[in-house]
Design a protein around this ligand. Sequence first.
Ligand code: SF4
Ligand code: SF4
Length: 246
Amino acid sequence: MILAWVHDVVEGVRSCLTGMRTTGHYLLENLRGSGGATAITREYPEQPAERVGARQRGHLVNDAPRCIVCHACDTACPVDCFTMDGERDADNKMRASRFDIDLSKCIYCGLCVRACPTDSLSMTPAFEVDPRHDGSRFLFRRSSGQLGQRLDAPDVERLQRLADQPRESLAAADRAWLDQHIDPNGPHLIGMYGLGYFTPEQKQAADAAREAKKRAKEAAAAAAKAKAAAAAAPPPAPPPPAGGTP
Ligand code: SF4
Ligand code: SF4
């Protein structure tokens, strides 16, 4: 019994020292770097992060013109982030007429991205939300009629300035401009933007990755189809016996 007690005390001290060693390591790094690249705590946005893991789940983006309103993401989402409506287009295909993601509820689990059959939903490793860092953004917004617009930094600054004011107090020109760019019923900026955003380069990279994934899927499906066809084909007829029939 005493041995068990001593063992517990030793284990407790050892785990405490292990934790303190990790804390001390980062404390020293921060002191040495004075908030440099190795620091864990950074003063955002003055000191943007320099290292982000490749698997980071940053912005959740829906390229809604690809969406077929199948509700698979809606079913997969554990916290009911999605609200969507669909309509048939001229080719009788389902398209999203409304696609909202309530990012204030989202826990960035990525389940919706895995469920999406058309790859219209994706998570980017990007985390930057301040357009002043790189000038412009593609904003993906609440309804498909507003999708794919490019907003440059002055537009975003104007949006932020106007969106913070009561609608009634806006000048008519500002109100009209705001209505063109956002859903007037959006409760706050994230709600209004709704779907996340890319820089032009990130959008290009995401489109290329999506196309590559689609081509790989199609190649795999074609290979599987060819294999199934080969398995279903009747076996070749046996060669006629040597010498032929009398
Ligand atoms: S990433 Fe967000 S929206 Fe997608 S399933 Fe998870 S909680 Fe829902
Ligand atoms: S799973 Fe994909 S295609 Fe289906 S509704 Fe969601 S975003 Fe649209």
